[in-house]
Design a protein around this ligand. Structure first.
Ligand SMILES: NC(=O)c1ccc[n+]([C@@H]2O[C@H](COP(=O)([O-])OP(=O)(O)OC[C@H]3O[C@@H](n4cnc5c(N)ncnc54)[C@H](O)[C@@H]3O)[C@@H](O)[C@H]2O)c1
Ligand SMILES: O=P(O)(O)OC[C@H](O)CO
Length: 335
């Protein structure tokens, strides 16, 4: 039986652990807080992040990273992007020599502008052919309820991607392989920022034209950034690109879209952040993605405008007006 360690017992870590257990793996789920690990083991559910969803018997929780990592062939990192480096550093010495590291996080690191797979390679000191990414339209609650969903398993090494694909191919979860790690990661991180913009439009009371326009132009700027950084343009039309963008920008379950909606309704960033324990990655990644784009001379108007709102330099209505009144141009101008 394949041994999987999932580090991070938030919504997606727990849901992905369930998928791997459904796909017949032996899963150990690491929770930061011992009381959460105990509750998961005693109640067979994660009361803080996925209440009411029964977890399979193949999942055991612990708050000891050493215990979770012992013998793990796949080490799944389900920690928010800005915290990944700090958490991974002490775990690196506990990794098996052939273990595969899998990132579930959708963000870009502040300060370094690095994608999560780059952070993992740097901190764990492993080659990039041992680092994979899972990304797609995967709202944790729906996945945990075993509603059908597809996703992408990306790794530079095709053999590693195919083996990981089997590890998480359950009766309700269908992963596809892809070798374009850069494209999948940039798509996953940037859609969170686009979802903030869509949420603001919804919160302001605008309808489907505004939503579809922001989604489509958001995809255009995400593709422009990705292609400049060497990604495959087709990735952005796939599950990790358009698929995740549509799911996140359409669903009330999305933390990013909901965060944006509250901004559109007039709440402040600080008040919204204080009202939830869950992380809306786009609030921080708007700055790191903008930083990355500027380093490469790429124009990302929607991401830039979301950053203005998050910094308090524009209101959501000013943001949308400013985006609409930008200088006129052809729909396709470069990638
Ligand atoms: N929830 C989803 O539907 C979903 C789906 C796909 C990908 N993701 C991505 O997976 C990653 C993890 O998301 P999640 O949904 O599990 O998040 P979450 O907010 O539900 O849980 C975060 C987890 O990280 C841990 N953590 C460690 N340090 C933390 C810190 N300083 N602040 C907050 N949490 C900390 C928490 O204890 C918790 O286990 C994010 O990058 C997210 O974008 C989420
Ligand atoms: O809840 P969000 O906004 O972090 O989005 C969740 C997932 O990334 C959707 O695929």
């Amino acid at each position: 039986m394949t041994r999987v360690a999932v580090l991070g017992a938030g919504s997606w870590g727990t849901a992905f652990a369930l998928v791997c257990a459904d796909a017949s793996s032996d899963v150990v789920l690491w929770a930061r807080r011992p009381e959460l690990a105990q509750a998961i083991n005693e109640r067979g559910e994660n009361p803080d992040y996925l209440p009411g969803i029964a977890l399979p018997a193949g999942i055991r929780a612990t708050s000891s990273a050493e215990e979770a990592l012992s013998g793990a062939e796949y080490v799944v990192l389900a920690i928010p992007s800005q915290q990944l480096r700090t958490h991974l550093a002490p775990w690196s010495a506990l990794l098996g020599p052939a273990s595969v590291l899998v990132s579930l996080a959708k963000g870009v690191e502040l300060g370094t502008a690095k994608r999560m797979s780059e952070v993992i390679v740097e901190v764990a000191g492993v080659e990039d052919d041992r680092v994979a990414v899972v990304s797609g339209p995967n709202l944790a609650k729906e996945v945990a309820q075993r509603q059908p969903a597809a996703s992408v398993v990306a790794c530079r090494d095709a053999g590693v991607a195919e083996r990981l694909q089997k590890v998480c191919h359950s009766p309700s979860f269908r992963p596809y392989t892809n070798s374009d790690v850069t494209g999948c990661e940039l798509a996953g991180a940037t859609k969170n920022v686009i979802a903030l913009a869509v949420g603001m439009a919804v919160g302001l009371g605008f309808g489907d034209n505004a939503r579809a326009s922001v989604i489509t132009r958001g995809l255009a700027e995400t593709t422009r950034l990705g292609v400049t950084l060497g990604a495959d343009p087709y990735t952005f039309a796939g599950l990790a690109g358009l698929g995740d963008l549509v799911a996140t920008c359409s669903s009330p379950l999305s933390r990013n879209r909901t965060f944006g909606e509250k901004l559109g309704q007039g709440l402040s960033v600080a008040d919204i952040a204080a009202s939830t324990r869950q992380v809306a990655e786009g609030v921080k990644s708007c700055e790191s993605i903008l930083d990355l784009a500027r380093r490469h001379g790429v124009d990302l108007p929607i991401v830039e405008h979301v950053a203005y709102v998050v910094r308090g330099e524009m209101t959501p209505v000013e943001m949308l007006r400013s985006l609409v009144s930008r200088s006129a141009k052809p729909e396709r101008h470069g990638w």
